[in-house]
Ligand binder design. Structure first.
Ligand code: HAM
Length: 422
């Protein structure tokens, strides 16, 4: 026998019940997004490598260590998308989507790729659903974006997540704060690698998980205490509007995001039952990104929600997710004439919005009933010689065995009745 081929390392499959749950989670998150006026955008899975180098930031882990980058046959460097914001911005600039009504509100979903060390909840192909709202600096928009994610998780049924919120300042107040932080860090006892990090990206040091580092950071200056007047006003307005959306959050002044483009309002959703990979979603403003990528100087804000991790969180909370039943009715034909009737019948049942399936492969009654069970069919109709002769068909509800008799003509209404009665 030939050796089997496995999926690449760190790349999950979602099959059968896992597939049902995955799709249900994504749909629940999506319904919040589409109820708020966001339009779907389908984006390329790979882009010019420069898009991420310039857009996400060369010194980030994502760009410096985690990208799947290779040369195409024309020797151009391309990269499997590690995140969605840069690609959306590229499309907005390239197609002039920012020349009409503002803000442009877009959503997307699909796989992203990061060459991280795989572990529970950390994959090399990860799935996100995200939104980007471009071209309005209005704090009410920040609150809307955050509220959509918050309500999306509530829609899924999650109870235990935390929204962490802060402001990272802007091109006016960040540089002087950064200097202040660097000065503070230069007086600490840090190893060489951390000292180097403090020079390149001092904010990242605030996020260092090691106790000996954290102990020294207690009196570190924080960006929220060094915001300019505009950023401070913006942040207090965001909080005001968040209250109107009934969103609860905790202030997280030491939060650091893994991507360089963030400015002002920044947030993350954490789930305490997920261990080390607790971030189920995150986002924020990126007011300099469009100009950085050669477009006009418009602001933007958005989020990316991790569908894989949201599913893990839902499971950790013991939620029953998605309808595992594949069919409303499963027809079991016994014999050639019965099979012809079954094929005609599933076709017309499907036309009347009943999810109908049948036993293929001329299997016997026992095997077919087992299949109906596996598919969690809600009802079963057996078609044998007796039924063909009498033209009376029994619809059996699988949950409790209740049976009703029906003609073929009334099959669809009787199936609906039996399902809805439960
Ligand atoms: P991010 O925080 O890098 O943000 O990713 C968003 C979410 O994707 C994370 O919170 C996490 O749930 C999920 N995720 C990331 N990496 C992995 C992984 N290796 N395995 C499983 N799940 C993962 C962004 O990507 C930004 N583009 C979000 C954004 C949109 N900001 C503004 N607009």
């Amino acid at each position: 026998m030939n050796e089997i081929i496995r999926a690449p390392k760190g790349v999950p499959d979602y099959a059968q019940n896992d597939g049902v749950e995955f799709l249900a989670i994504r749909n629940l998150l999506e319904s919040e997004i589409t109820s708020a006026g966001y339009q779907y955008i389908e984006l390329p899975i790979y882009e010019d490598t420069n898009l991420y180098v310039r857009g996400v930031g060369e010194s980030t882990d994502v760009v410096s260590k985690e990208m799947f980058t290779f040369n195409d046959r024309g020797d151009r460097s391309i990269t499997l998308r590690p995140e969605g914001t840069a690609g959306v911005m590229r499309a907005v600039i390239e197609h002039g989507l920012d020349r009409g009504q503002l803000p442009v509100k877009l959503w997307y979903a699909g796989p992203f790729f990061r060459a991280e060390r795989p572990q529970a909840g950390r994959y090399r192909q990860l799935q996100q659903i995200g939104i980007e709202a471009i071209g309005a600096e209005d704090p009410a928009l920040d609150a809307e974006v955050i509220a959509i994610a918050y309500k999306g998780y509530k829609n899924v049924g999650l109870q235990n997540f935390t929204l962490k919120l802060t402001s990272l300042g802007c091109s006016v107040c960040r540089p002087p704060y950064r200097l202040k932080l660097q000065e503070f860090l230069s007086n600490l006892k840090l190893d060489e690698a951390t000292q180097n990090r403090a020079k390149i990206n001092p904010l990242r040091v605030l996020d260092d998980k090691r106790e000996e580092v954290q102990n020294q950071l207690e009196s570190a200056p924080l960006q929220v205490d060094h915001l300019c007047k505009e950023c401070e006003d913006h942040y207090s307005e965001v909080r005001k509007f968040l209250k109107m959306h009934n969103v609860q959050w905790v202030e997280a002044p030491r939060m650091v995001r893994g991507l360089d483009y963030y400015t002002r309002t920044t947030f993350e959703f954490d789930h305490p039952l997920l261990g080390a990979q607790s971030g189920i979603g995150g986002g924020g403003r990126y007011d300099g990104l469009m100009a950085q990528l050669g477009g006009q100087n418009l602001s933007g804000i958005g989020f990316g929600l991790g569908v894989d991790r949201t599913l893990l969180a839902a499971r950790a909370e013991g939620l029953d997710i998605g309808d595992k039943s594949v069919a409303d009715v499963y027809l079991i034909p016994l014999g050639e004439a019965a099979k012809e009737l079954a094929v005609t019948t599933i076709s017309s049942l499907r036309d009347s919005a009943i999810r109908a399936d049948m036993a293929f492969g001329d299997r016997g009654l026992k095997g077919a009933m087992k299949a109906a069970d596996k598919l969690a069919a809600k009802t079963v109709v057996v078609i044998g010689d007796g039924e063909l002769e009498s033209q009376k068909f029994s619809i059996k509800r699988m949950a409790d065995g209740k049976t009703i008799e029906s003609s073929i003509a009334d099959l669809s209404s009787n199936i609906k009745k039996l399902i809805e009665e439960k």
